[in-house]
Design a binder for this molecule. Structure first.
Ligand code: FAD
Length: 470
């Protein structure tokens, strides 16, 4: 058995693990990176990348049906589903080298392609290699949560692990779970020709602002996605070629394909946390504000911690580990500035507090300002007048922003900066935006906040009058 001594041993080569490994190696630390399955983890292979490639294909199909209003005859797209599948594979292939063993070995990382498990509090075994490290980073990600539904084990179902690989468009896709993963896939398949029904025990997208979700729901309805909320699935059975899904009100939904998108659970099955002395909380790995586990030598980052499970969270966590491991800084995790975007049409994006959270925290001292896309010249020229930018302001500073509409995920960035850097609304208002852009919406919402303060102030009015007399 080989024994390797190293500064950092990273377990899991997904978004979080790769970011730690590349930065640590480039800073001159000895790094071992262990990956038991595919380099790139969920994001590259089963998550962000295939889903966004599928969405891009579906948008392209949808655009063909929307030409009439521009004077370009709309056509009904002829969709070659096997070609859509090839497009998804090509996109993954294009990005793969960035996450590859070869690239990481060139950076000086020792990559071990095997599952790693703790055999003591400071040793990990991966195949026949024993790694003794000063610090370990668990970055093993998450897995689709399979709910306990009677009959589910007797039918064929899909998850994010295999839904992007099907080469025929489902006739009728039933999606259990109306979170971001389920809803993105639902809209994409509907636009590629499938009938789609989404079933959710609560509201769909229930971490998002309900007013923004209503905008999205209106479009989903136009796309032909049937949404059933507040219905728990109680029973599933196969009936000749159909899958029958029965809900708590005893309605039967018949579909040809079933997708389970009912949440995530940490991927810890290979790792032997007990031996490492690492405690879990609600199944996820419990970490403190410095992302340390109950074993002070071991950190955990990304999805396995159960917090805001996004690629950018995992990468942000990686930055915290690097500050601590390479520079000896006591870097603390903050959560208030982590945004998220759901890549629907229209997109929906959030950073900081929602309107409800802001009111719960600060009551009437919060000001809500909102501007509609329908007032933006660029949105008008592109026939994209649907959506709004809403900003929650406390003591002159934005504490949350909700955007629903075209390119919401791009427009939110300025609020990400404003909130993480604690900028004032005056900073956004002072910016000059190029005209005509959707970005002007952000400036406009700041002006909407500041204008009444200036225009309704008797002091300012008196001052202006005095100036006129000079
Ligand atoms: C359909 C879908 C769409 C998504 N879209 C987005 C999006 O648009 N934007 C966004 O920000 N996020 C998105 N996400 C979430 C994003 O994919 C995850 O948040 C991100 O991949 C988490 O990174 P991670 O490093 O924590 O884990 P992962 O990327 O899952 O990597 C964990 C790695 O650890 C390996 N591993 C596990 N156990 C062991 C072990 N014992 N030894 C060795 N290796 C091990 C696994 O094989 C895996 O490769 C999406 C997720 C899904 C499912």
């Amino acid at each position: 058995m080989d024994k390797i001594y190293t500064d950092i041993c990273v377990i899991g080569a997904g978004s979080g693990g790769l970011s730690v490994a590349s930065a640590a190696a480039q800073l001159g630390l000895n790094v071992v990176l262990i990956e038991g399955h595919k380099m790139g983890g969920d994001c590259l292979n089963y998550g962000c990348i295939p889903s966004k490639a599928l969405i891009a294909a579906s948008k392209s199909a949808y655009a063909l049906t929307k030409g009439d209003a521009f004077g370009i005859r709309s056509v009904s797209p002829k969709i070659e589903f096997s070609e859509v599948k090839k497009h998804i594979s090509r996109v993954i292939k294009k990005i793969e080298p960035h996450d590859s063993v070869e690239r990481f070995e060139k950076l000086g990382v020792k990559v071990i392609q095997n599952y790693g498990k703790f055999i003591s509090k400071n040793e990990v075994l991966a195949g026949d290699q024993l790694i003794v490290a000063r610090r370990f980073v668990i970055a093993t990600g998450s897995e689709p949560l399979i709910p306990k539904i009677k009959g589910l084990d007797k039918v064929e179902y899909y998850t994010n692990k295999n839904i992007f690989k099907i080469s025929e468009c489902p006739k009728h896709l039933i999606v259990i779970g109306g979170g971001p993963i389920g809803i993105e896939i639902a809209q994409a398949y509907a636009r590629l020709g499938a009938a789609v029904t989404v079933l959710d025990a609560r509201n769909i997208l229930d971490n998002d602002d309900p007013e923004a979700v209503r905008v999205v729901m209106a479009q989903l309805e136009k796309d032909g996605v049937k949404i059933v909320e507040h219905q728990e699935v109680t029973y599933i059975e196969k009936d000749s070629n159909n899958i029958k899904v029965i809900t708590s009100d005893e309605t039967i939904y018949n579909g040809s394909h079933l997708l389970i998108a009912a949440g995530r659970e940490p991927n810890i099955k290979h790792i032997d946390l007990d031996i490492a002395g690492v405690i879990q909380s609600n199944k996820n790995i419990k970490v403190d504000a410095f992302l340390k586990t109950s074993n002070k030598r071991i950190f955990a980052i990304g999805d396995v911690t159960g917090e805001r499970q996004f690629t950018h969270t995992a990468e942000y966590h990686a930055g915290i580990i690097i500050k601590s491991a390479a520079f000896g800084l006591k870097a603390k995790e903050k959560k208030y500035h982590i945004p998220w975007t759901t890549y629907l049409d229209p997109e929906i994006s959030q950073v900081g507090l929602t309107e409800k959270q802001a009111f719960n925290k600060y009551g009437k001292r919060v000001t809500i300002v909102k501007v509609e896309y329908s007032n933006n010249d660029r949105a008008i020229t592109e026939l994209e007048p649907v959506g709004f930018v809403k900003v929650m302001v406390f003591k002159g500073r934005p504490i949350g922003a909700t955007i629903v509409g075209k390119h919401a995920g791009e427009l939110i960035q300025i609020w990400c900066l404003a909130i993480s850097s604690k900028l004032k609304m005056t900073a956004i208002s002072a910016m000059v935006s190029p005209y005509p852009t959707l970005g002007e919406l952000n400036k406009r919402v700041s002006n909407a906040y500041l204008a009444p303060k200036v225009l309704n102030s008797p002091i300012i009015k008196r001052f202006v009058r005095i100036i006129q007399k000079l």
